[in-house]
Design a protein around this ligand. Structure first.
Ligand code: C2E
Ligand code: MG
Ligand code: MG
Ligand code: MG
Length: 282
């Protein structure tokens, strides 16, 4: 009996494994053509100024519309792209789309919005990165200060020296820089102080942990203090409830981002879905 059961389980496991491996192989294969086939697009999520309640920025988040599997999350396909040089093409495509979308949106709606875009580790050693960013800003007339590039804390700490060089180049261009998913890596104060950053984004695991132990509040408060000591704008990611928003505001975060304010949506849906006012350009 046990033997039978065991074998049955084994078959189920096999089928699941095979499906997963097949999906992986298909996605890996199809990702190579995703840019050319125009299947990659950028969704935008509002980032709200917690003092004025206006949208201060939007973050561009890549989406893959796959003909068979439907919409695929970047948490699945970005790691796939990062295994090869494909991340450079895909990353630049996302960056260029975000710059182009925001430039058009700002003109149409007369809004002074900043756009944030994510950079992956392997883009930091792409020799074309700086020139590509400069060309995209020039082509669209987007002011450099309206672009903020996000790099995760763990990426920054992988190659701190190389990262600093690229970041300094971007900084000289006038582009703003953020450290993303902060609190999950192991950066030291000295390293943080050394990087030309403008913004610190607290990883959403901290916000998700609110309401559990009171230690989480203490942790967030000390990250906010650290950020402010370094003169950085502090953003809380992953705000989903009014209670979390209350706490985050009490703890002194400057900006907030999360499903409570709005999910990532196509650029044209941005104003309709967000429940907050918007700052208008002079
Ligand atoms: P991230 O840069 O930390 O982006 C925030 C992620 O949190 C997004 O997931 C967003 O949809 C999600 N999020 C925002 N608010 C909430 C909330 O209230 N609750 C929950 N549960 N989640 C929330 P998404 O879009 O799946 O992206 C995942 C990650 O993929 C990003 O994390 C980023 O690291 C990476 N990524 C996305 N687009 C790009 C890109 O163009 N280039 C690169 N290199 N990475 C990208
Ligand atoms: Mg990000
Ligand atoms: Mg993040
Ligand atoms: Mg993340």
């Amino acid at each position: 009996q046990a033997k039978k059961l065991g074998r049955g389980r084994c078959v189920v496991f096999d089928v699941r494994m095979r499906t997963r491996v097949q999906r992986y192989l298909h996605l890996e294969q199809d990702l190579r053509h995703a840019v050319a086939r125009k299947q990659l697009w950028v969704a935008y999520q509002p980032i709200v100024d917690l003092h004025t309640h206006a949208i201060a920025a939007v973050e561009g988040l890549l989406r893959w519309r796959h003909p068979v599997y439907g919409t695929i999350s970047p948490t699945e396909f970005i790691p796939l792209a990062e295994e090869t040089d494909l991340i450079k093409e895909i990353g630049l495509h996302a960056l260029h789309s975000a710059i182009r979308d925001l430039a058009a949106y700002r003109t149409r709606r007369r809004l002074d919005l900043q756009v944030k875009a994510n950079l992956s580790a392997r883009q930091l050693d792409d020799p074309h990165l700086l020139a590509a960013v400069r060309a995209a800003l020039h082509e669209t007339d987007l002011p450099a200060a309206a672009l903020c590039l996000e790099i995760t804390e763990s990426t920054l700490m992988q190659e701190p020296a190389a990262a600093r060089e690229v970041l300094n180049g971007l900084r000289q261009m006038g582009v703003k820089l953020a450290i993303d998913d902060f609190g999950t890596g192991y950066s030291s104060l000295a390293q943080l102080h050394d990087l030309p950053l403008n913004t610190l984004k607290i990883d959403r695991s901290f916000i998700a942990g609110l309401g559990g132990s009171s230690d989480t509040e203490t942790l967030i408060a000390s990250i906010v203090a650290l950020g402010h000591a370094l003169d950085l704008t502090v953003v809380a990611e992953g705000i989903e409830t009014a209670e979390q928003l209350d706490t985050i505001q009490r703890l002194g975060c400057d900006h907030g981002q999360g499903f409570y304010f709005g999910k990532p949506v196509p650029i044209d849906e941005l104003l309709e879905t967000s429940s907050v006012g918007v700052g208008v350009q002079e």
